[in-house]
Design a protein around this ligand. Sequence first.
Ligand SMILES: NC(=O)C1=CN([C@@H]2O[C@H](COP(=O)(O)OP(=O)(O)OC[C@H]3O[C@@H](n4cnc5c(N)ncnc54)[C@H](O)[C@@H]3O)[C@@H](O)[C@H]2O)C=CC1
Ligand SMILES: O=C(O)C(=O)[C@H](O)COP(=O)(O)O
Length: 381
Amino acid sequence: MATELQIYIEDSLLYAEEFFKDVGNITRFSGYKVQPQDISDADVLLTRSTTKVSRELVSQAKNLKFVGTATAGYDHIDGKALEDKGIHWTAAGGCNADAVADYVLSALFIIAQESMFELADKSVAVVGVGEVGSRIVERVNALGCQVIAYDPVRAQNDASFTSASLDEVLAADIISCHVPLTHDNEFATDKMFGAAQFAKMREDVIFINACRGEIVDEAALKTHMQAKPKTKLVLDVFDNEPNIDLEIMELAMFASPHIAGHSLEGKARGTEMLYFKLCDFFGLNKQHQLHDFLPPMRVDNIDLAASCQFEQSILRKITHLVYDIRDDNVWFKNAMRQDASQFKSLRRSYPIRREMTSLVVRHPAHDIQDKLTQLSLRATK
Ligand SMILES: NC(=O)C1=CN([C@@H]2O[C@H](COP(=O)(O)OP(=O)(O)OC[C@H]3O[C@@H](n4cnc5c(N)ncnc54)[C@H](O)[C@@H]3O)[C@@H](O)[C@H]2O)C=CC1
Ligand SMILES: O=C(O)C(=O)[C@H](O)COP(=O)(O)O
């Protein structure tokens, strides 16, 4: 009889028992505390971004064959170290892309309302047009914005894609960042926004970072905020998490503790993607999918009257019915002002949040349904 797979799973992976209980013997571990000896008999290691998968961590795991992170980013994994040992590794690209797009749209609708402008009159630069960025491009296109899609890396590999220039990005009304954290290559993103880039931005730019804090030089950002105080910052991520600079948090109009991707669907999809990949790797039948486990939304459908057009005020209300960034901003800042050591625990205790992808919106007109679909809603008549 084949020996049971020993599957070590970080404690923050959602629905892990539901997906993996038939696959092997599950042991949960704390991502922040795990040591090499804790996973020494692992065949499989499943994490989120809070486990640093280093050469040292896997040094005693002689049977380790498969490592997966249920997150889009994988800068916490030393891929080279795993490849050197012949260990297969993978991530869950795209699992939470819609959640991040909801986050960005929620912020933009509030800023547009408070500053009394139509998003259709604005240019939006999307930096990194992968899973997250392309969803944002689709949504802001639907809203009628002028889209500036910047991704020179994709342009090198995808003949159908032409990248805007960095100067076009820096001149935009809104800049939204969705790149991986990379070092030491032609298009490295580490500190890609520093003094030189901020100096070229508009006085009243809206700058959103929901990818990795390290892509911004925070010292330069502070100087920029003094020089151009009308800048509106939306920051989900910070340099040196969890020990973040509270001054940077206070400079942001909206700040949150790295939760842009933390929708229930996004977390569950991340686990599901690893389950599917692990089944393929070990030649197992796939028996579960996330819809077996996801609970219904409390408000799961709305009817729009035929007279309703594709108007910003209506779209704002629908978006905020699902996710309102103001709640996270107040909760996060208040908690951090009381005790700045709470960053990790705030992330862990983040309340259940659903996605626009789960909301059914009815409207009789096909053209409006199409646009609602572009906003990722489940539009129908
Ligand atoms: N705050 C949060 O909760 C979340 C953060 N993230 C972060 O966002 C990043 C992007 O996520 P995905 O879109 O899923 O990844 P992805 O890999 O699908 O897309 C990233 C895109 O950035 C492009 N890129 C790389 N270097 C670039 C550069 N110097 N300039 C412009 N574009 C560049 C790549 O070509 C790629 O198309 C992740 O790597 C992760 O770090 C992702 C999900 C949730
Ligand atoms: O997917 C990513 O990349 C992210 O940044 C995740 O949303 C981070 O979530 P945790 O792994 O920290 O729970």
